[in-house]
Design a protein around this ligand. Sequence first.
Ligand code: A2P
Length: 316
Amino acid sequence: MKQLTFKNGDKLDAIGLGTWKSEKGEVTKAVKIALNNGYKHIDCAAVYGNEAEVGQAFSEVFSEGKVKREDVWVTSKLWNNAHKKEDVIPALKQTLKDLQLDYLDLYLMHWPVAFKPEVEGFPESADDYFSLDEVPLSETWGAMLEAKKKGLVKHIGVSNFSIPKLKELMADTDHAPEMNQVELHPYLQQDELLEFCSKNEIHVTGYSPLGSGDRPDGMKADDEPSLLENPTINKIAKKHGASPGQILIKWSEQRGTAVIPKSTNENRIKENLQSAGYQLDEEDLKEIADLDRHFRYVTGKFFEMDGNSYKNIYDD
Ligand code: A2P
């Protein structure tokens, strides 16, 4: 499998396990299956509401001794209600406690959006938001940098950042983000963002690589296109004797990004890691390139409310 190399030499396996939408009652088992079957990259976030259950898996697997903590890359994300500088490290410490870890490999600012600290989960009114003038991205970033200096996290980055947001953050710091985690798949290929990140030595992780069919109904459009059922993806899958999911995951890995398919199903967890064993040829890549249609499954519209300052989260 491909690995992403960081400036200090640390390496990240491109294919990891996603845990967004993994039910509390299922995620401990899923993470244990993943770690016992060769996954070395687990993607988490405070807002997924299941870090304690993921932590249970880490504790069990690491105490068995076959897989060591230092051989696994754990990413987590700062939720939007902890962007004020005094709130960042306490939020990180809660994540570390839940995950039963003493450091993270990577900590990401989940969104370029700031909520008031008392908001749990998602806001109900425009008053629940700070504007980015009140709590600038640089304030949050400064505290994340502090966490890195303290050794609580090895690397820091962002998620859901557009090119303008990356530029804004980079103008205010000597420490550029090391990662940008964004939605990425054949319907949303984001060539321009990838090129910008590559030029600026920012790695990219793609989320919703399979189209996130299990997200809540409220987040779904009636007529949204299916990636797993796309005829081109299915044709290429047949040609290689792979599943459509494996083709989607391989496409991301072959492109040089990390990718974090979510599954709580034992066979699919294993199948997804085995995607690395296939190889897409020029013709496959050309056909997949033609599928781009700038379609987002995660629209970010849920942050846009009359009276708050968040409009066009992705600047596009
Ligand atoms: P399950 O957890 O039952 O395996 P995404 O990573 O884009 O958010 O997509 C996650 C969704 O895709 C979940 O519904 C998950 O279901 C399903 N899934 C995961 N792996 C595969 C696969 N290899 N083939 C088909 N569906 C998959």
